[in-house]
Design a protein around this ligand. Structure first.
Ligand code: CP
Ligand code: NVA
Length: 324
């Protein structure tokens, strides 16, 4: 692996992304074979934002690999206020074998990875959600049986989920379309990175303000909340601006007749998606949620498994050795 951490899909080569997906598939098919893979290892889980799926899937995932989860709530650590990111990293690396972090500024996750000698996994930042993207593409593979040539249309906010979907799509040879209202497009540097990567992988990445053009004959229609965690003050404005981007029966009908609907969840039913779409037989949102468990087990196994973590300083067998 190029990186000791899992901070961004961009930090890996396409074959490494495929490897994570392959391991996830094997773990999903044969969970018992991996029940001791991380025996005795502890994953510290730092949450500065709420969660259902990330919390449960990492918690259950590390247990199923033979290890232990350690949940650290926002009030407990108070990253950067009670204690610096550097000091938190230097403390945790001496007691746990991996760190999962859900935080606001992406830079905090990067700093944690830089300072901690143990693997750090990004469980969502304002900028990206790489574990989600791996689960998304595993789900598409399971349902569609391929990724190459698939048209994936993400309709809504050019946010963290959109960024990771775009990065992973560019790595895996997918035709990704992102339709947002003007002013809510994905980050320019993120789009530029994806466009460059697409050249080598025969993928494509198109940004538009037209949801119908994006949805037209798409194999996958994907959406996310209009107001992400931390943006609550903008909720009213966003609700108005994003209305034309709602995934409803009309927009879903523009896609292929067998198109799948995806959503990272939590969903705000009646806003970004209507009940008839999210509850339809072509909605795979709960399979997608379950796949968080399998891909994260693969990530933890690859990054925290024996040999992946550098040895710490030699520890004497007896305190008497210290007083010689
Ligand atoms: N999709 C996702 O990350 O869900 P949570 O916010 O509930 O963890
Ligand atoms: N974009 C959403 C994703 C939640 C999983 C948020 O950041 O709140």
């Amino acid at each position: 692996m190029k990186s000791k951490d899992f901070i961004s899909i961009r930090d890996f080569a396409p074959q490494e992304i495929w490897h994570f997906l392959d391991v996830a598939c094997q773990i999903k098919a044969h969970p018992q074979a991996y029940s001791s893979a991380l025996k005795g290892k502890t994953l510290a889980m730092i949450f500065e934002k709420p969660s259902l799926r990330t919390r449960v899937s990492f918690d259950v995932g590390i247990e199923e690999l033979g290890g232990h989860p350690l949940y650290l709530s926002p009030a407990e650590i108070s990253l950067g206020k009670r204690e610096s990111v550097y000091d938190v990293a230097k403390n945790l690396e001496r007691m746990v074998q991996g760190i999962m972090i859900r935080t606001f500024a992406h830079d905090i996750a990067e700093q944690m990875a830089k300072h901690a000698s143990v693997p750090v996994i990004n469980g969502l930042t304002d900028y990206s959600h790489p574990c989600q993207a791996l689960a998304d593409y595993l789900t598409m593979l399971e349902v569609k049986g391929r990724l190459g040539g698939l048209k994936v249309a993400y309709i809504g906010d050019g946010n963290n989920v959109a960024h990771s979907l775009m990065f992973a799509g560019a790595q895996l040879g997918v035709e990704v379309w992102i339709a947002t209202p003007p002013g809510y497009e994905p980050d320019g540097a993120a789009v530029a990175w994806a466009a460059e990567r697409c050249v080598a992988t025969h993928a494509s990445c198109t940004i538009t303000n037209d949801p119908v053009v994006a949805a037209d004959r798409a194999d996958v229609i994907y959406t996310d909340v209009w107001t992400s965690m931390g943006q609550e003050a903008e909720a009213r404005t966003r609700r108005e601006v994003f209305q034309p981007y709602q995934v409803n029966a009309g927009l879903f009908a523009c896609a292929q007749p067998d198109a799948m609907f995806m959503h990272c969840l939590p969903a705000h039913r009646g806003d970004e998606v209507t009940d008839d779409v999210i509850d339809s037989s072509r909605s795979f949102v709960f399979q997608q949620a379950e796949n968080r468990l399998h891909v994260q087990k693969a990530i933890m196994r690859e990054l925290m498994g024996d040999g992946a973590i550098p040895e710490r300083e030699k520890v004497p067998d007896s305190v008497l050795e210290l007083v010689k």
